[in-house]
Design a protein around this ligand. Structure first.
Ligand SMILES: C[S@@+](CC[C@H](N)C(=O)[O-])C[C@H]1O[C@@H](n2cnc3c(N)ncnc32)[C@H](O)[C@@H]1O
Length: 316
């Protein structure tokens, strides 16, 4: 396939209105075969988001520019963003410096994965129904927090809870700190630079441990579209079989959950691998709107029964 030619000044000179520019961008996105799925489901959402950024218009105000000429500055900015999206494969979230999840705005840049977790569907109702009433949930952990988006959604859903959020990446935690400050949650959300839950092992026990860890096997990562490879590799990949972080998490959660506590983990395409790895561990797969049902709920008591205690493994 021959390389897609960059738009020439002659082609773009005829673009006048916001609508002209959107149609042009959507055609170029299709011709360039960009991959969606980093917080956006289709070309239209991406082009509208870039137009909002270039014009300074809020999402609901965008229709006002569809039939009106854009200013030269807005048009140049928009076309520049579209070219970076198509020819440099920069994800739209990075181009605009923000992402939305659960109705909240989060800052994002190349130091963090762009928020898109299934947990946004499950934090409002499906997870709390397995716990005491939200006002009685006092200790929550978000393991592998990245931008901090899930820690922040958890703090809002459980208003009495202290939320401990961990990440191996100091860079990611710097972004998470900005988001925690933006949402005025610094008193209740604490960030820890640590492997999985290591820094939390000696602290209070948890009602809820939630994690959207990296879970792609190395081989799958190699085949991902170019825009996904602009995200930090350790956000996506977890060893040969994708289970490296989950293995540590199960053992550490076993030691840190309250007796009534639950662990919920997003595992992508690893359902079968999870059952193979822990055949005696009861796993409840929570329903998600797209039918992938890739979030696993585990009870503290089942983790204790199915996983050997660290002492037992040392022969004590
Ligand atoms: C899939 S991202 C999830 C980020 C965020 N929770 C979200 O849903 O958008 C996984 C995160 O785990 C972090 N990570 C990778 N390995 C880790 C480990 N061993 N311990 C703690 N964090 C880790 C990465 O730096 C990345 O920020």
């Amino acid at each position: 396939m021959s390389a897609l030619p960059r738009p020439t000044p002659a082609t773009t000179a005829r673009l006048k209105t916001g609508g002209d520019c959107l149609r042009f961008a959507n055609k170029l996105f299709k011709a360039g075969d960009i991959a969606h799925g980093q917080g956006f489901v289709n070309a239209k959402e991406e082009s509208l988001t870039l137009l909002g950024h270039a014009t300074g218009l809020a999402w609901e105000q965008l229709p006002s520019c569809f039939d009106r000429p854009l200013t030269a500055k807005a048009k140049t900015a928009f076309l520049g963003l579209v070219e970076r999206r198509v020819f440099d494969r920069v994800p739209t979230g990075y181009l605009v410096g923000e992402a939305w999840l659960g109705g909240l705005r989060f800052r994002v840049d190349e130091r963090v994965i762009i928020p898109r977790s299934y947990f946004v569907e499950l934090i409002p109702e499906a997870i709390p129904q397995w716990l005491p009433p939200p006002a009685q949930v006092t200790d929550v952990a978000d393991i592998c927090t990245g931008s901090g988006c899930l820690a922040i959604l958890l703090a809002k859903r459980f208003p009495q809870a202290r939320v401990q959020a961990t990440d191996l990446s100091a860079d990611a935690l710097a972004v998470a700190a900005l988001n925690v400050a933006d949402h005025r949650l610094a008193k209740r959300v604490t960030l820890h630079e640590t492997d999985t839950m290591t820094a939390l092992l000696k602290g209070p026990k948890f009602d809820l441990i939630l994690s959207n860890p990296p879970y792609e096997p190395e081989g799958i990562y190699r085949r991902l579209p170019a825009e996904f490879k602009q995200e930090p590799k350790q956000s996506l990949v977890s060893g040969k079989d994708g289970l490296d972080v989950i293995r540590k998490l199960l053992v550490q959660a076993r030691a840190t959950l309250k007796p009534h506590g639950i662990l919920v983990i997003e595992v992508g395409g690893l359902q079968a691998a999870m059952h193979r790895a822990w055949p005696t561990l009861p796993m409840l797969w929570l329903a998600t709107a797209d039918g992938s049902d890739c979030v696993c709920l585990l009870h503290a008591a089942d983790l204790r029964r199915a996983l050997p205690s660290p002492g037992a493994r040392r022969g004590r």
